[in-house]
Design a protein around this ligand. Structure first.
Ligand code: DGJ
Length: 722
């Protein structure tokens, strides 16, 4: 719900449990006055009183009040060069060549529902009753540049989505050299910053540090959101944790270069800004043109990180994931990559399908190596025609379907091998800059999908395969970062627009495919989880979480990923590698979109039996895991020996608890306190028939000492209301 107090000039944005308050102050400056636990409507005007001067910092010219400086005020959408020396969200280079920018409040509008931000991915809202949108127009009197600040407030979960449309309403061209999506100013610094760092095979590792004066944060200038840092950050009040404390979550719906930065100033206030990374960014705006920033998703939780995560999960499951597989059951797949790498032919893949079918697996995915002349990673990206020396595609697809299995395929559409027909014909279609040799990565170059002709070519090639054969699933990969970032079609004055144009090109391609093939299940991938972000989730409901399939390593990766992203989005497979037995592999993979990544011909009879049991469990717990709520009971960043998590159904009638022993301890007693149950309900432990009250399970804990085994073992407890 959004209200505007005309007299006090206060905007109040309420979600079920949070309030966000802004005020129009003297000289039409827009201030961020409060963000936190929901406040009653009366009395909030008192927030506008704020007596902080900033010695040495200039004051607002029209106010000339020693006590009032934008350098100390909580600016809602901070600008560059007008006396606020902290991080700015907007910096516009004007006709005079300077970047002094000013924005003053002009007007507002409140409408039900949420505006469409296409071609950018964004949260959507099919039912206008679920959310309201506030649009505040700000204007720079000198340049005529307008910024419309959009806030969509959800009535069903504690989420606010923000983005900005910047319009050149002046007579002269300007250049945006910083155009971020959102800012939040908080009047304190007693928070810890949590971010998700990583690398290939070690994605989204939890990292927590106390805020310090100055700037801290995360960014990517790799052309992708990246393995190195996820476009996510959280602030948690000092001493807060999984279940207690104020937690603020920040996530950018964008798959390219990003920045999320927190600056603690001289008054111990904290400013968070987020948006496109300004390092390699500029955007030319001619008179009348406008630029839309990516969307920022902001969550407040008064019950620590756990509730923050569950809020993100609900928002993304309801308002981000689209298409048939938003609700439809995802097929249980087997992928050929770790089973065969490039070494396969028709018969080998058919044998995978036959063995897999015997265990109940539902789909065969043919990974890299089926096209052009590709027998290793040195060639053929861009040549999207069947390698007929290797494959009888019609026989393969028909045989697999005749067995009752679905069939999936791998692509890497935004790449080009220097050894390919496509590169020989169009060397200028590779991303490059004049005068420099391209730096290869995994022996490949990046394809310039900022160009429409390039996108048309790739779309056409891929369509002819996807339309000729019945393809049920498409894995969309991206296996290197972007260097020498330039396009043959961009003039020098637009060179810094490349990165954003590139990602817009990717989104356009994905949009075309998802519209043309609405029944195909898309799984995103970037060498594992190098583009695990909400931008990608808008087009593909699941993402391959990591190439690391070792279940113990996966714990940190999946726990970290779960900070922001729901279980249904995390591709998780059982593979032959890894330090544990198949039961632990299955228990850990069951958290995500489940599958296998191994040669089923090599499974022993005992292993095959385990797989059959796992397939049955996958079906049994599917709804509970997909639709239930996640509770992190013991996180691997808090405990080096053991971790545990549970899914609890929305109606609190059932729960599945999983415990993994990473390293055996000498502890004599392991009593695990559960979360999220109804204290007044009674639950039966399916394994032994014992009945416990929800209160006992949560406040005293479930005695599990006897179930804990050796290093690398796991167990599950299923509880159902009696
Ligand atoms: C990287 C992916 O993460 C793998 O699963 C596999 O698809 C390879 N690329 C294929 O090249």
């Amino acid at each position: 719900m959004i209200t505007f107090n005309e007299e006090k000039k206060l905007f109040k944005l309420d979600t079920p449990a949070s309030s966000y308050i802004m005020g129009v102050y003297e000289a039409d400056l827009l201030l961020c006055l409060y963000y936190g636990k929901r406040l009653p409507d009366d009395n909030v005007w008192a927030l506008a009183r704020r007596n902080i001067s900033a010695s040495f910092s200039p004051v607002v010219p029209e106010i000339r009040d020693h006590w009032y400086s934008t350098d100390a005020a909580p600016m809602e959408y901070p600008v560059n060069g007008r006396g606020d020396f902290r991080l700015s969200a907007l910096s516009v280079k004007n006709k005079d060549g300077n970047t002094v920018t000013d924005l003053r409040y002009v007007s507002y509008e409140i409408t039900p529902g949420k505006p469409d931000m296409s071609p950018l991915p964004h949260l959507y809202c099919e039912n206008d009753a679920d959310c309201d949108t506030l649009a505040i127009t700000m204007r720079d009197a000198y340049t005529g540049v307008e910024a419309v600040l959009y806030y969509t407030v959800f009535n069903t979960c504690d989420v606010i989505a923000k983005h900005v449309v910047i319009k050149n309403g002046g007579a002269d061209a300007v250049i945006l050299d910083r155009a971020l999506s959102a800012g939040v100013d908080l009047p304190a610094m007693d928070y810890d910053l949590i971010t998700l760092w990583g690398r290939h095979v070690k994605e989204r590792q939890f990292e927590r540090r106390p805020l310090a004066h100055g700037i801290q944060g995360v960014h990517s200038k790799r052309g992708v959101s990246s393995h190195a840092q996820n476009p996510f950050a959280a602030l948690i009040s000092t001493g807060g944790g999984e279940d207690v404390g104020d937690a603020y979550g920040f996530n950018l719906v964008y798959s390219g270069n990003f920045e999320i930065a927190a600056e603690v100033d001289h008054n111990a206030s904290t400013r968070v800004v987020m948006g496109i990374d300004p390092t390699d960014f500029e955007w030319n705006l001619a008179p009348g043109e406008s630029f839309t920033t990516p969307e920022a998703v902001i969550v407040y939780s008064d019950e620590g990180l756990g509730k923050m995560s569950r809020t993100f999960h609900k928002a993304y499951s309801e308002y981000l994931i689209r298409g048939k597989y938003k609700k439809a059951k995802r097929p249980l797949l087997i992928n050929s990559w770790e089973a065969a790498y490039f070494d396969f032919d028709t018969d080998k893949l058919i044998s995978f399908a036959q063995r897999a079918k015997e265990t109940g697996i539902e789909m065969l995915v043919m990974d890299d190596g089926w096209f052009g002349k590709r027998n290793d990673d040195t060639t053929s990206l861009g040549d999207w025609y069947i390698n007929t020396d290797k494959l009888d595609m019609a026989r393969l697809v028909d045989t697999v379907h005749a067995m009752g299995l679905k069939f999936g395929i791998w692509y890497e559409p935004e790449m080009i091998s220097p050894v390919s027909d496509l590169y020989r014909a169009h060397p200028d279609w590779a991303v490059h800059v004049p005068g420099r040799e391209n730096s290869p990565g995994r022996q490949q170059y990046v394809l310039d999908v900022s160009r429409e002709d390039v996108r048309d070519n790739i779309f056409g090639q891929m369509c002819s395969v996807l339309k000729n054969y019945k393809i049920d699933y498409l894995k969309w990969d991206f296996n290197r970062n972007v260097s020498e970032a330039g396009s043959a079609l961009l003039p020098p004055e637009r060179a810094h627009e490349f990165f954003h144009r590139f990602i817009l090109g990717t989104y356009d391609l994905m949009d075309r495919f998802t519209k043309e093939f609405p029944d195909i299940l898309f799984e995103n991938c970037s060498g594992g989880g190098g583009r695990f972000d909400p931008g990608m989730l808008y087009f593909s409901p699941q993402i391959w979480t990591s190439d690391n399939t070792d279940p113990i390593e996966r714990l940190m990766i999946q726990f970290g990923t779960s900070l922001c992203y729901p279980a249904s989005t995390m591709g998780a497979h059982v593979s032959a590698c890894g330090r544990t037995g198949y039961r632990t592999k299955g228990d850990v993979a069951l958290w995500g979109t489940y599958g296998y990544e191994l040669d089923p011909n090599k499974l022993s009879a005992e292993e095959k039996q385990i797989v059959k049991e796992q397939v049955a469990e996958y079906h049994k717990y599917y709804r509970l895991i997909r639709e239930g709520e996640l509770y992190r009971l013991i996180a691997p960043w808090d405990n080096a020996f053991r971790c545990a998590w549970s899914f609890v159904s929305q109606d609190k009638s059932e729960a599945l608890v999983t415990v993994v022993t990473m390293r055996q301890t000498q502890e004599e007693l392991f009593r695990l306190k559960l979360k999220g149950l109804d204290p007044g309900k009674y639950y039966r432990n399916e394994a032994d028939g014992e009945v416990y009250s929800g209160a006992l399970l949560m406040y005293a804990g479930l005695e599990l000492t006897d179930l804990c085994g050796d290093d690398g073992t796991s167990f599950k407890v299923y509880l159902k209301e009696v």
